[in-house]
Design a protein around this ligand. Sequence first.
Ligand code: FAD
Ligand code: MG
Length: 338
Amino acid sequence: MLKVPLFCALIALTGTTLVGCREGFPSQSEFVLGTVCAVNLYEQGRNEVYHEIFDRLREIEGRMSVTLPGTELGNINANAGIEPVAVHPDVFEVIELAVLYAELSGGAFDPTVGPLVSLWGIGGDHPRLPSQEEIEAVLPLVNWRDIELDRERLTVFLKKPGMALDLGAIAKGYAADEAWRILKKNRIQRALIDLGGNILVYGEKRDGSPWRVGIQDPLDSRGAYIGIVEIRDQTVVTSGVYERFFETGGTRYHHILSPDYGYPVRNGLLSVSIVTSRSVDADALSTSAFVLGYERGKALVESLEGVGAVFVFEDKSIRLSGETGFILSDESYRILSD
Ligand code: FAD
Ligand code: MG
Protein backbone atom coordinates (compact mmCIF):
# COMPACT_ATOMS: atom_id res chain seq x y z
CA MET A 1 0.00 0.00 0.00
CA LEU A 2 1.37 3.43 -0.96
CA LYS A 3 1.67 6.04 1.77
CA VAL A 4 1.38 9.60 0.57
CA PRO A 5 2.49 12.34 3.00
CA LEU A 6 -0.17 14.82 2.04
CA PHE A 7 -3.56 13.80 0.83
CA CYS A 8 -3.83 17.03 -1.16
CA ALA A 9 -0.77 16.16 -3.22
CA LEU A 10 -2.46 12.99 -4.33
CA ILE A 11 -5.84 14.43 -5.05
CA ALA A 12 -4.17 17.00 -7.28
CA LEU A 13 -3.36 14.11 -9.64
CA THR A 14 -7.00 13.27 -10.16
CA GLY A 15 -10.02 14.92 -11.74
CA THR A 16 -11.05 16.83 -8.69
CA THR A 17 -8.73 18.65 -6.31
CA LEU A 18 -8.88 19.14 -2.60
CA VAL A 19 -7.99 22.72 -1.88
CA GLY A 20 -6.06 24.15 1.04
CA CYS A 21 -5.64 21.01 3.14
CA ARG A 22 -2.56 21.15 5.31
CA GLU A 23 -3.37 18.84 8.18
CA GLY A 24 -0.43 16.55 7.50
CA PHE A 25 -2.03 13.17 8.24
CA PRO A 26 -0.80 10.65 5.68
CA SER A 27 -3.37 9.17 3.34
CA GLN A 28 -3.10 5.66 2.00
CA SER A 29 -3.61 4.81 -1.62
CA GLU A 30 -3.76 1.85 -3.92
CA PHE A 31 -4.22 1.28 -7.61
CA VAL A 32 -7.62 -0.37 -7.76
CA LEU A 33 -10.73 0.04 -9.95
CA GLY A 34 -8.37 1.04 -12.79
CA THR A 35 -7.28 4.19 -10.99
CA VAL A 36 -5.46 5.56 -7.94
CA CYS A 37 -7.75 5.35 -4.93
CA ALA A 38 -6.81 7.32 -1.81
CA VAL A 39 -8.28 7.38 1.67
CA ASN A 40 -7.44 9.68 4.58
CA LEU A 41 -8.88 8.90 8.00
CA TYR A 42 -6.90 11.68 9.70
CA GLU A 43 -6.27 11.27 13.44
CA GLN A 44 -8.31 8.06 13.55
CA GLY A 45 -6.25 6.44 10.81
CA ARG A 46 -6.08 2.86 12.08
CA ASN A 47 -4.53 0.27 9.78
CA GLU A 48 -7.40 -2.17 10.18
CA VAL A 49 -9.91 0.41 8.92
CA TYR A 50 -7.72 1.27 5.93
CA HIS A 51 -7.41 -2.44 5.20
CA GLU A 52 -11.14 -2.99 5.49
CA ILE A 53 -11.80 -0.20 2.98
CA PHE A 54 -9.19 -1.30 0.43
CA ASP A 55 -10.24 -4.95 0.76
CA ARG A 56 -13.78 -3.90 -0.03
CA LEU A 57 -12.66 -1.87 -3.06
CA ARG A 58 -10.70 -4.86 -4.34
CA GLU A 59 -13.69 -7.11 -3.75
CA ILE A 60 -15.92 -4.78 -5.81
CA GLU A 61 -13.30 -4.66 -8.57
CA GLY A 62 -13.03 -8.47 -8.47
CA ARG A 63 -16.76 -8.74 -9.13
CA MET A 64 -17.45 -5.83 -11.48
CA SER A 65 -14.33 -5.35 -13.63
CA VAL A 66 -14.46 -6.04 -17.34
CA THR A 67 -10.65 -6.20 -17.58
CA LEU A 68 -9.83 -8.71 -14.83
CA PRO A 69 -10.39 -12.39 -15.67
CA GLY A 70 -13.12 -14.42 -13.98
CA THR A 71 -15.34 -11.59 -12.69
CA GLU A 72 -19.10 -11.94 -12.34
CA LEU A 73 -19.55 -9.14 -14.86
CA GLY A 74 -17.35 -11.03 -17.32
CA ASN A 75 -19.50 -14.10 -16.74
CA ILE A 76 -22.71 -12.18 -17.49
CA ASN A 77 -21.14 -10.87 -20.72
CA ALA A 78 -19.84 -14.31 -21.74
CA ASN A 79 -23.38 -15.66 -21.35
CA ALA A 80 -25.09 -12.93 -23.37
CA GLY A 81 -27.79 -14.49 -25.52
CA ILE A 82 -27.20 -17.85 -23.81
CA GLU A 83 -28.53 -17.92 -20.26
CA PRO A 84 -29.16 -15.85 -17.11
CA VAL A 85 -26.28 -15.71 -14.65
CA ALA A 86 -26.67 -15.70 -10.85
CA VAL A 87 -24.67 -12.88 -9.25
CA HIS A 88 -23.70 -11.52 -5.85
CA PRO A 89 -26.17 -8.95 -4.40
CA ASP A 90 -23.51 -6.21 -4.90
CA VAL A 91 -23.43 -6.80 -8.62
CA PHE A 92 -27.19 -7.05 -8.86
CA GLU A 93 -27.65 -3.79 -6.97
CA VAL A 94 -25.26 -1.83 -9.19
CA ILE A 95 -26.82 -3.20 -12.37
CA GLU A 96 -30.28 -2.42 -11.05
CA LEU A 97 -29.21 1.18 -10.31
CA ALA A 98 -27.58 1.43 -13.74
CA VAL A 99 -30.88 0.37 -15.32
CA LEU A 100 -32.72 2.95 -13.21
CA TYR A 101 -30.41 5.71 -14.48
CA ALA A 102 -30.71 4.41 -18.04
CA GLU A 103 -34.46 4.84 -17.70
CA LEU A 104 -34.23 8.25 -15.98
CA SER A 105 -31.86 9.55 -18.65
CA GLY A 106 -33.89 8.17 -21.55
CA GLY A 107 -31.01 5.86 -22.49
CA ALA A 108 -28.26 8.53 -22.50
CA PHE A 109 -26.68 6.54 -19.68
CA ASP A 110 -26.53 2.95 -20.88
CA PRO A 111 -24.60 0.17 -19.09
CA THR A 112 -24.79 -2.00 -22.23
CA VAL A 113 -22.30 0.35 -23.90
CA GLY A 114 -19.63 -2.43 -23.55
CA PRO A 115 -19.34 -3.37 -27.27
CA LEU A 116 -18.78 0.30 -28.17
CA VAL A 117 -16.21 0.74 -25.38
CA SER A 118 -14.30 -2.30 -26.72
CA LEU A 119 -14.50 -1.07 -30.29
CA TRP A 120 -12.95 2.32 -29.47
CA GLY A 121 -10.56 1.00 -26.80
CA ILE A 122 -10.20 4.47 -25.27
CA GLY A 123 -8.21 4.27 -22.04
CA GLY A 124 -6.60 0.98 -23.17
CA ASP A 125 -3.31 0.38 -24.95
CA HIS A 126 -4.72 0.37 -28.48
CA PRO A 127 -7.41 3.00 -28.95
CA ARG A 128 -8.53 3.51 -32.54
CA LEU A 129 -11.07 5.26 -34.70
CA PRO A 130 -13.52 2.56 -35.84
CA SER A 131 -15.20 2.66 -39.26
CA GLN A 132 -18.84 3.73 -39.59
CA GLU A 133 -19.71 0.13 -40.56
CA GLU A 134 -18.12 -1.22 -37.37
CA ILE A 135 -20.05 1.27 -35.26
CA GLU A 136 -23.33 0.47 -37.00
CA ALA A 137 -22.70 -3.24 -36.50
CA VAL A 138 -22.50 -2.92 -32.69
CA LEU A 139 -25.13 -0.20 -32.09
CA PRO A 140 -28.04 -2.72 -32.04
CA LEU A 141 -26.28 -4.42 -29.11
CA VAL A 142 -26.38 -1.23 -27.05
CA ASN A 143 -29.80 -1.17 -25.45
CA TRP A 144 -30.44 -1.30 -21.71
CA ARG A 145 -33.96 -2.61 -22.37
CA ASP A 146 -32.35 -5.91 -23.39
CA ILE A 147 -31.12 -6.50 -19.82
CA GLU A 148 -33.35 -8.94 -17.96
CA LEU A 149 -33.13 -8.77 -14.17
CA ASP A 150 -34.67 -11.34 -11.85
CA ARG A 151 -34.75 -9.96 -8.32
CA GLU A 152 -35.91 -13.24 -6.76
CA ARG A 153 -33.15 -15.34 -8.23
CA LEU A 154 -30.58 -12.52 -8.41
CA THR A 155 -29.89 -13.30 -12.05
CA VAL A 156 -28.89 -11.07 -14.94
CA PHE A 157 -29.47 -11.95 -18.58
CA LEU A 158 -28.35 -10.03 -21.65
CA LYS A 159 -30.82 -11.02 -24.30
CA LYS A 160 -28.64 -10.71 -27.43
CA PRO A 161 -25.38 -12.54 -28.16
CA GLY A 162 -22.53 -10.03 -28.29
CA MET A 163 -24.07 -7.67 -25.70
CA ALA A 164 -21.75 -6.57 -22.89
CA LEU A 165 -22.21 -4.61 -19.69
CA ASP A 166 -19.68 -1.95 -18.64
CA LEU A 167 -20.13 -0.42 -15.18
CA GLY A 168 -17.23 2.06 -15.50
CA ALA A 169 -19.60 5.01 -15.22
CA ILE A 170 -21.27 3.95 -11.97
CA ALA A 171 -19.31 1.34 -9.98
CA LYS A 172 -16.70 3.74 -8.56
CA GLY A 173 -19.57 5.69 -7.02
CA TYR A 174 -20.93 2.50 -5.47
CA ALA A 175 -17.44 1.70 -4.16
CA ALA A 176 -17.16 5.17 -2.56
CA ASP A 177 -20.51 4.64 -0.80
CA GLU A 178 -19.28 1.29 0.48
CA ALA A 179 -16.19 3.05 1.89
CA TRP A 180 -18.56 5.52 3.55
CA ARG A 181 -20.48 2.63 5.15
CA ILE A 182 -17.22 1.25 6.59
CA LEU A 183 -16.32 4.69 8.00
CA LYS A 184 -19.68 4.90 9.71
CA LYS A 185 -19.45 1.36 11.11
CA ASN A 186 -16.02 2.14 12.57
CA ARG A 187 -17.22 5.46 14.05
CA ILE A 188 -14.68 7.47 12.11
CA GLN A 189 -15.25 11.19 12.68
CA ARG A 190 -14.00 12.59 9.40
CA ALA A 191 -12.39 11.25 6.30
CA LEU A 192 -11.72 11.86 2.65
CA ILE A 193 -12.17 9.28 -0.05
CA ASP A 194 -10.84 9.88 -3.55
CA LEU A 195 -11.49 7.11 -6.05
CA GLY A 196 -9.81 8.51 -9.14
CA GLY A 197 -11.55 11.85 -8.85
CA ASN A 198 -14.79 10.56 -7.32
CA ILE A 199 -14.51 12.56 -4.11
CA LEU A 200 -16.49 11.79 -0.99
CA VAL A 201 -16.03 13.84 2.18
CA TYR A 202 -17.17 12.44 5.48
CA GLY A 203 -17.84 14.71 8.43
CA GLU A 204 -16.24 18.12 8.57
CA LYS A 205 -12.78 19.56 9.03
CA ARG A 206 -11.30 19.81 12.52
CA ASP A 207 -12.16 23.51 12.78
CA GLY A 208 -15.76 22.78 11.76
CA SER A 209 -15.44 24.37 8.34
CA PRO A 210 -16.57 22.61 5.15
CA TRP A 211 -14.16 20.80 2.84
CA ARG A 212 -13.14 22.71 -0.25
CA VAL A 213 -12.99 20.53 -3.33
CA GLY A 214 -11.57 21.97 -6.56
CA ILE A 215 -13.27 21.41 -9.90
CA GLN A 216 -10.60 20.49 -12.44
CA ASP A 217 -9.92 22.93 -15.28
CA PRO A 218 -10.73 20.64 -18.24
CA LEU A 219 -8.39 22.69 -20.46
CA ASP A 220 -5.40 22.69 -18.13
CA SER A 221 -3.07 20.20 -16.50
CA ARG A 222 -4.22 18.00 -13.67
CA GLY A 223 -4.55 19.81 -10.38
CA ALA A 224 -5.43 23.18 -11.97
CA TYR A 225 -8.92 24.10 -10.88
CA ILE A 226 -11.47 26.62 -12.08
CA GLY A 227 -13.27 26.97 -8.77
CA ILE A 228 -14.26 25.11 -5.68
CA VAL A 229 -17.30 23.59 -4.08
CA GLU A 230 -17.65 23.74 -0.32
CA ILE A 231 -19.20 20.57 1.02
CA ARG A 232 -19.85 18.53 4.15
CA ASP A 233 -20.86 14.85 4.12
CA GLN A 234 -21.25 14.96 0.38
CA THR A 235 -19.69 13.73 -2.79
CA VAL A 236 -18.45 15.45 -5.95
CA VAL A 237 -18.09 13.42 -9.12
CA THR A 238 -16.99 14.75 -12.50
CA SER A 239 -17.32 13.32 -16.00
CA GLY A 240 -15.21 15.09 -18.57
CA VAL A 241 -13.44 14.99 -21.91
CA TYR A 242 -10.00 15.16 -20.30
CA GLU A 243 -10.13 11.94 -18.24
CA ARG A 244 -9.50 9.43 -20.98
CA PHE A 245 -8.98 10.22 -24.64
CA PHE A 246 -6.78 9.69 -27.68
CA GLU A 247 -5.98 11.87 -30.66
CA THR A 248 -5.81 11.01 -34.33
CA GLY A 249 -5.96 13.18 -37.44
CA GLY A 250 -5.94 16.30 -35.24
CA THR A 251 -9.17 15.29 -33.47
CA ARG A 252 -9.52 14.33 -29.84
CA TYR A 253 -11.80 11.39 -29.06
CA HIS A 254 -12.83 11.01 -25.41
CA HIS A 255 -14.37 8.06 -23.57
CA ILE A 256 -17.99 9.12 -22.97
CA LEU A 257 -19.90 7.57 -25.84
CA SER A 258 -23.30 8.24 -27.28
CA PRO A 259 -25.47 5.10 -27.21
CA ASP A 260 -27.40 6.73 -30.09
CA TYR A 261 -24.69 7.32 -32.67
CA GLY A 262 -21.72 5.46 -31.19
CA TYR A 263 -19.17 8.29 -31.14
CA PRO A 264 -17.76 10.32 -28.24
CA VAL A 265 -20.46 12.82 -27.27
CA ARG A 266 -19.99 16.32 -28.76
CA ASN A 267 -22.34 18.92 -27.38
CA GLY A 268 -20.15 21.85 -26.34
CA LEU A 269 -19.57 20.47 -22.83
CA LEU A 270 -16.12 19.84 -21.39
CA SER A 271 -17.26 18.46 -18.07
CA VAL A 272 -20.16 18.02 -15.69
CA SER A 273 -19.65 17.79 -11.93
CA ILE A 274 -22.42 16.54 -9.67
CA VAL A 275 -22.67 17.40 -5.98
CA THR A 276 -24.99 15.24 -3.89
CA SER A 277 -25.04 12.91 -0.91
CA ARG A 278 -24.71 9.44 -2.48
CA SER A 279 -21.73 8.80 -4.72
CA VAL A 280 -23.38 6.16 -6.88
CA ASP A 281 -26.03 8.74 -7.86
CA ALA A 282 -23.37 11.39 -8.53
CA ASP A 283 -21.36 8.99 -10.70
CA ALA A 284 -24.35 7.90 -12.78
CA LEU A 285 -25.67 11.46 -13.03
CA SER A 286 -22.39 13.07 -14.10
CA THR A 287 -22.17 10.68 -17.05
CA SER A 288 -25.93 10.97 -17.77
CA ALA A 289 -25.91 14.78 -17.74
CA PHE A 290 -22.78 14.89 -19.89
CA VAL A 291 -24.39 12.69 -22.54
CA LEU A 292 -27.73 14.51 -22.35
CA GLY A 293 -26.13 17.95 -22.76
CA TYR A 294 -26.98 21.09 -20.86
CA GLU A 295 -30.75 21.54 -21.38
CA ARG A 296 -31.80 17.95 -20.84
CA GLY A 297 -29.05 17.30 -18.27
CA LYS A 298 -30.23 20.26 -16.21
CA ALA A 299 -33.84 19.06 -16.45
CA LEU A 300 -32.78 15.64 -15.15
CA VAL A 301 -30.73 17.10 -12.29
CA GLU A 302 -33.55 19.45 -11.30
CA SER A 303 -36.08 16.62 -11.28
CA LEU A 304 -34.16 15.04 -8.39
CA GLU A 305 -33.92 16.30 -4.83
CA GLY A 306 -30.63 17.48 -3.32
CA VAL A 307 -28.56 17.35 -6.50
CA GLY A 308 -26.37 20.19 -7.79
CA ALA A 309 -24.47 20.35 -11.09
CA VAL A 310 -21.64 22.42 -12.53
CA PHE A 311 -21.64 22.40 -16.35
CA VAL A 312 -18.39 23.59 -17.97
CA PHE A 313 -18.45 24.47 -21.68
CA GLU A 314 -15.85 24.69 -24.45
CA ASP A 315 -16.25 28.48 -24.64
CA LYS A 316 -15.18 28.68 -20.96
CA SER A 317 -18.65 29.46 -19.72
CA ILE A 318 -20.09 27.71 -16.68
CA ARG A 319 -23.70 27.08 -15.82
CA LEU A 320 -24.89 25.97 -12.42
CA SER A 321 -27.95 24.00 -11.49
CA GLY A 322 -29.37 23.24 -8.03
CA GLU A 323 -27.30 23.66 -4.86
CA THR A 324 -23.60 23.36 -5.69
CA GLY A 325 -21.82 25.77 -3.32
CA PHE A 326 -19.57 26.55 -6.33
CA ILE A 327 -17.16 29.49 -6.03
CA LEU A 328 -15.33 30.57 -9.21
CA SER A 329 -11.60 31.19 -8.83
CA ASP A 330 -10.31 31.24 -12.43
CA GLU A 331 -11.50 34.47 -13.98
CA SER A 332 -10.84 33.33 -17.54
CA TYR A 333 -14.10 31.39 -17.02
CA ARG A 334 -17.46 33.05 -16.48
CA ILE A 335 -20.68 31.91 -14.86
CA LEU A 336 -23.77 32.41 -17.02
CA SER A 337 -27.32 32.33 -15.79
CA ASP A 338 -30.23 31.37 -18.04
P1 FAD B 1 -17.49 8.30 -16.15
O1 FAD B 1 -18.13 9.38 -16.92
O2 FAD B 1 -18.07 8.01 -14.83
O3 FAD B 1 -17.63 6.96 -16.99
C1 FAD B 1 -17.24 6.84 -18.33
C2 FAD B 1 -17.01 5.39 -18.61
O4 FAD B 1 -18.27 4.72 -18.63
C3 FAD B 1 -16.35 5.13 -19.95
O5 FAD B 1 -14.96 4.98 -19.81
C4 FAD B 1 -17.04 3.85 -20.39
O6 FAD B 1 -16.42 2.74 -19.77
C5 FAD B 1 -18.43 3.98 -19.82
N1 FAD B 1 -19.35 4.76 -20.68
C6 FAD B 1 -19.07 5.49 -21.79
N2 FAD B 1 -20.19 6.04 -22.29
C7 FAD B 1 -21.21 5.66 -21.47
C8 FAD B 1 -22.62 5.89 -21.48
N3 FAD B 1 -23.22 6.64 -22.42
N4 FAD B 1 -23.37 5.32 -20.48
C9 FAD B 1 -22.79 4.55 -19.53
N5 FAD B 1 -21.46 4.29 -19.49
C10 FAD B 1 -20.68 4.84 -20.43
N6 FAD B 1 -9.83 1.00 -16.21
C11 FAD B 1 -8.69 0.47 -16.69
O7 FAD B 1 -8.04 1.10 -17.50
N7 FAD B 1 -8.24 -0.73 -16.26
C12 FAD B 1 -8.93 -1.45 -15.37
O8 FAD B 1 -8.50 -2.54 -15.01
C13 FAD B 1 -10.15 -0.94 -14.86
N8 FAD B 1 -10.88 -1.63 -13.97
C14 FAD B 1 -12.04 -1.11 -13.51
C15 FAD B 1 -12.82 -1.87 -12.63
C16 FAD B 1 -14.01 -1.37 -12.14
C17 FAD B 1 -14.85 -2.20 -11.23
C18 FAD B 1 -14.44 -0.05 -12.53
C19 FAD B 1 -15.69 0.55 -11.99
C20 FAD B 1 -13.67 0.69 -13.41
C21 FAD B 1 -12.50 0.16 -13.92
N9 FAD B 1 -11.73 0.89 -14.83
C22 FAD B 1 -10.57 0.35 -15.32
C23 FAD B 1 -12.22 2.15 -15.40
C24 FAD B 1 -11.83 3.44 -14.75
O9 FAD B 1 -11.35 3.39 -13.48
C25 FAD B 1 -12.99 4.45 -14.79
O10 FAD B 1 -14.15 3.88 -14.27
C26 FAD B 1 -13.30 4.90 -16.16
O11 FAD B 1 -12.15 5.41 -16.72
C27 FAD B 1 -14.37 5.99 -16.24
O12 FAD B 1 -14.53 6.72 -15.10
P2 FAD B 1 -14.78 8.27 -15.08
O13 FAD B 1 -15.20 8.58 -13.69
O14 FAD B 1 -13.60 8.97 -15.62
O15 FAD B 1 -15.93 8.57 -16.13
MG1 MG C 1 -19.92 8.47 -13.99
